[in-house]
Write a protein that binds this ligand. Sequence first.
Ligand code: DUC
Ligand code: ZN
Ligand code: ZN
Length: 460
Amino acid sequence: MSVLIKNGRVITASEDYIADIFVEGEKISAIGRNLKANADETIDVSGKFVFPGGIDPHVHLDMPFMGTFSSDNYETGTLAALYGGTTTVIDFILQTQGKSLYSALDEWRSRSDGNCYSDYSFHMAVTDFNDETKKEIKDLIYKEGITSFKTFMAYKGALMIDDRQMIGLMNEVRDMGGLVTVHATNGDMIDYLTAKHRSEGKLSPLYHYLSQPEISESEAAGRFVDMAYHTDVPCYIVHLTCEGALNQVRDATRRNQKVFVETCIQYLILDASLYEKDFEGAKWVMSPPLREKKDQATLWAGINQGLVQVVGTDHCPFEWKKKLMGEKDFSKIPNGHPAIENRMELLFSEGVDKGKISLNSYVEVTSTNSAKIFGMFPQKGTVGIGSDADLVIFDPKKKHTLSARSHHMNVDYSAYEGREVNGKVETVLMRGNVAVHENKVKIGKGYGKFIKRGKASKII
Ligand code: DUC
Ligand code: ZN
Ligand code: ZN
């Protein structure tokens, strides 16, 4: 199978030019002006952008969490990702405390194998670091291609590890050439505030927000960055939301430390005033919570300052009836919101179209930097000869309105209901095949394959 894409405006992390792209099999084989090729299919994309397929490095599909499962499984979640221009996702395996990392890998494979539309990979969340789990790190990196290890400084009693375990894990991962990532919020502080609010009868979604103040995140981010500095391990903070936490990263650069930072689309464009809508605020109950307008300004500036390298989603949807589990107690609302399908269009509309970030930055934070940080570059993350032909044809002029009535995510509400966006994903190629075209899927379940990743780049 070969495809000739003609007259696209090709955007990479560093370039912007009009060209034709010739795709043979799964790879891009030529890029140039007026290419003459005998292709099976020719698509004229004049006036459209061609972006590298999006990479969302932070999704939770079919995940057991807070007494239920996230409502998008690997089939529905990766299909929704494709509709939104994301061709690779990295999901999180959660170790069960007291069990091995490999038993968790088996469990996650049993849910994901053969079910994906987009390509996918896993981070391994280490929730119980001990002498046995320590021995598994090397095989995960070298045999399985799982090179990033997630830690939680919150969710005490379920996912959280203490600082002693953190330092042990960091030393091991450094020696084996991996990357340590973190959900950086102070679990003890949050537990204390949650219990206090509950005992005072303060039970609405607003108190989810008030139980996780900015300082609970900035303290943990600073502690994590210090431990990573001490152990000299490459480190990455997931879903960073606020000024205080980013200032910890800014400070770390003054001692020449490199800290990779991800924020998520919701923290750039939504704010905590949504928690004042009584129980409707449960739609946006996630951890960390939405923050203030001043934090949005910090995050946009952080992208332009090179302090924030990635915009993901933390996609973790729950149907409304599941959110209702916390109707009488905010601490029982399953944490998470749906965004996997909306990230690329929202960031284009709110970021590029409104002049907050450049087109090249857009490609960096939605694709290239994740590919580099997580060891998939240049197979993924760019439009280049020899790279996988994961391509997004994007119409910057097409306006449309986001709604649960038209989205493909398996959840009965949209966190962005009624929001008009400028720009639409028109066609998506996945490894050389047209996967989505004008709102219709063209590939089958199971097309998406597991991507074994290499070592993380230390420098991007
Ligand atoms: N935060 C969420 O909101 N959901 C899943 C896990 C997390 O850390
Ligand atoms: Zn998290
Ligand atoms: Zn998450």
